[in-house]
Design a protein around this ligand. Structure first.
Ligand code: UTP
Length: 294
């Protein structure tokens, strides 16, 4: 079996749902408590054994590369002030030995196009795709870690899915599932952003994929889909006709940090788990309750 060694992070979208915050800075750099979304995503990849991070970026996303690079001026300053904890944090946004590759997507032509831009760096091996604006707290094991374990059994493309409300289907790729066993389904079909009437189920694809490399052949051939963009979903719909594609209902909680409400939910819940903030933040929330502000 080929090990999953590479993860693709498509970060070249426009982030229009989060304007004006995302006008000049990437939504993937929005912090949840004290870490940017993209760092949570990279940590999830590391936890799942990924060794190479491939970022699909655009001209307005330079701060992402800066975040994972060294900053000698900051490091020197922290060292002189004896702030060694902070120095360690600044230095190790990514562990030594893990390589980062940055590829420009010249125009935001869609998620499918962004993934296709990764082809020269991925080559002929299975790989992960992580959408950093879907923040997933997997609890005991990260969402991608759960998927990598399932890949070891099936060696097929795997999509992370979760159940959504009927009226929400038009925001997601929705699968037509044939259940194999608990939480694992084989796809009979997948439809991008169907209306509730058209939706084959309420099982929605969220921002984690493990893909076999033949997906690139399908991505090369698909026409523009929903929203005039090259949709990864459309390539998967073709792939599943020739090869089994699975969907896994992961254990854990997902926060849609590409939306303002999802981002706020993540911020509150991660603050309530944060070692140094938890107690003070709880106290603050209780005071709001007491003042009947919530
Ligand atoms: P979204 O559908 O969330 O689009 O993309 P978006 O542009 O980021 O945000 P909104 O909807 O305008 O608010 C899903 C993922 O695919 C990436 C995005 O960066 C995001 O991680 N993407 C999308 C690209 O890298 N390139 C594209 O052309 C489109």
């Amino acid at each position: 079996m080929q090990k999953i060694r590479k993860a693709v992070f498509p970060v070249a979208g426009l982030g229009t749902r989060f304007l004006p915050a995302t006008k000049a800075s990437p939504k993937e750099m929005l912090p949840v408590v004290d870490k940017p979304l993209i760092q949570y995503a990279v940590e999830e990849a590391l936890d799942a054994g990924i060794e190479q991070m491939i970022f699909i970026t655009s001209s307005s996303k330079r701060s992402i590369a800066d975040h994972f690079d060294r900053n000698p001026v900051l490091e020197q300053e922290l060292e002189q002030r004896g702030k060694f904890d902070l120095l360690d944090m600044a230095r190790h946004t990514i562990p030594e030995g893990v390589s980062c590759i940055y590829i420009r997507q010249p125009e935001p032509l869609g998620l499918g196009h962004a993934v296709l831009c990764a082809r020269p760096a991925v080559g002929d091996e299975p790989f992960a795709v992580i959408l950093a604006d879907d923040l997933i707290d997997g609890g005991e094991q990260s969402c991608l870690g759960q998927m990598v374990d399932l890949y070891a059994k099936h060696e097929a493309s795997i999509l992370a899915i979760q159940e959504v409300a009927e009226e929400e289907t038009s925001k997601y790729g929705i699968i037509d599932p044939q259940t194999l066993y608990e939480r694992v389904h084989q796809l009979r079909n997948i439809v991008e952003k169907p209306t509730p009437l058209e939706a084959p189920s309420c099982l929605a694809v969220v921002g984690r994929y493990l893909l076999t490399p033949n997906i690139f052949d399908y991505l090369e051939k698909i026409p523009k889909g929903a929203g005039g963009e090259l949709q990864l979903t459309d390539a998967i719909a073709r792939q599943l006709k020739d090869h089994p594609v699975l969907a896994q209902e992961f254990q854990g909680k997902r926060y849609d940090c590409g939306s303002k409400l999802g981002y706020l939910e993540a911020t509150v819940e991660y603050a309530l788990q944060h070692q140094n903030l938890r107690e003070a933040f709880k106290k603050y929330l209780n005071s709001l309750l007491h003042e009947q502000k919530i």
